[in-house]
Design a protein around this ligand. Sequence first.
Ligand SMILES: *Cc1c(COP(=O)(O)O)cnc(C)c1O
Length: 394
Amino acid sequence: MSKKPKTPIKPDTLLAHAGRDSELSHGFINPPVYHASTLLFASAEDQVAHRSRYQYGRRGTPTTEALEDALTALEGEGCAGVALLPSGLAAITTALLAVVGAGDHILVTDSVYRPTRTFCDGILKRMGVETTYYDPLIGADIAKLFRPNTRAVFTESPGSQSFEMQDIPAIAKVAHDRGALVLTDNTWASPLYYRAFEKGVDLSIQAGTKYIGGHSDIMFGCVAANAKALPALKDFVYTLGLCVGPDDMFLALRGLRTLSVRLRRHHESGLAIARWLEARPEVLRVMHPALESDPGHAIWKRDFTGACGLFSIVLKPVSQQAVYAFMNELALFGIGYSWGGFESLVISFDCDEYRTATTWAPGGPTLRFHVGLEDPADLIADLERGFAVFNATK
Ligand SMILES: *Cc1c(COP(=O)(O)O)cnc(C)c1O
């Protein structure tokens, strides 16, 4: 921070001021982007004693420090520090590897981001770590699934693609009583709309590729940890030699400055379009926890302070051809993975391909939307054109 504020500051103010050290940047607002490997020590004595604020490019530069400081400040109370990773998936796999070892057992929500599952079923299994998938709606009943060797519970709320809301405080209580750590993939809400550490989470993951970057131009991830989990996490990241390129770190920090205004717009436009879709005759159900009709709405209202622009819908049963015709007709919703950028997106998905602990029977074809920063009236007009073609095709 440039100057220390004299009264407590709110998150929007923090986003504008955190991670700024005007002394390090010679008075300029933003930190320099250090492209660096070697650092020269002042003397042989300093080298032997590692006497220098920085040691080596991989171990961090002023650019790294600025981003880490800003992210730690954003997480707030309960967060002891963050580790920066080259993608959201790398943040998930690193966080898990930092807490488990051969012979351990972990509990993972059945609604988890699919590549997390691929990692658990592949690499973790090969390393001798067993995974049990659980119903995302399980709450305190998760106690029944604990074994003496259960080391961690992985949560994600709302769930990827299907948007089930998890009672993380109830799950965390059970986990902590049994000596296990709680991890969460908090990409959907970000630390602005879900205060993970206040809800009992020990390690909170962000795919920074999404809203932190915000412009669909970087790959980035981070893991924030409390004092209990941070030392093992940091040690693991250093030992594995993981680091993020300086330009991507700079863009992540730049993205953070506008995170709050962008998210507010994504929230408002996303909800407006979700409500519009809910009233359409072609739509069976909208999966968006900020809608009063959503089964997870009570948890969202209790634990979250906002929503982003990502949600799914179930269409009434119709031909695959009509669904594709609808998607292909859209001009403002691009067909593509990832989300969190300024632009609107749509994908078709089917959770039935991979679920193991729960049955996925939504009652019709499913689509996931990301509502970007465009004028919502234009997006609605685009969707209207899509439905006209849809109805002419079915
Ligand atoms: C996209 C995504 C990730 C992975 O992030 P990458 O930066 O693409 O590796 C992780 N979790 C969730 C919920 C995501 O949507």
